[in-house]
Design a protein around this ligand. Structure first.
Ligand code: ZN
Length: 115
């Protein structure tokens, strides 16, 4: 697996996080709703699990668009690249030796003043 593959994988894995978080929440809401109905209470909202899943899917699509735009800008040469492997650099972080950026491919730190 090349550094570019690792970079793309790291960028795109983030897109699935809303769905990974929302599916158990929707299942729990559905189970509570079913339990309340079995106890004889009025159901909360039968569409709430689907609404949670729909919002999470929309967040996944938005995150995918943002990450795809980052990859596209990197391919166009309009974003900072790693001096070692040429992959996209992450955001500025404060570290022990000053501000730096982490490469999304080789995971090395690069000082902001040297870029
Ligand atoms: Zn690198």
């Amino acid at each position: 697996m090349s550094n570019v593959d690792k970079m793309c994988l790291r960028l795109l894995v983030i897109c699935f996080l809303p769905m990974i978080a929302a599916v158990p929440i929707a299942m729990a809401v559905s189970a509570f709703n079913d339990a309340f109905v079995r106890m004889g209470a009025l159901p909360m909202s039968p569409d709430l699990p689907w609404l949670i899943t729909l919002v999470a899917a929309a967040a996944c699509v938005i995150l995918f668009a943002v990450q795809a735009a980052r990859i596209w800008r990197w391919k166009e040469g309009r974003s900072l690249s790693c001096p070692n492997c040429g992959c996209l650099l992450g955001g500025i972080r404060e570290g022990r030796w000053g501000p730096h950026r982490k490469c999304l491919g080789c995971r090395n730190n690069h000082a902001e003043r040297s870029l």
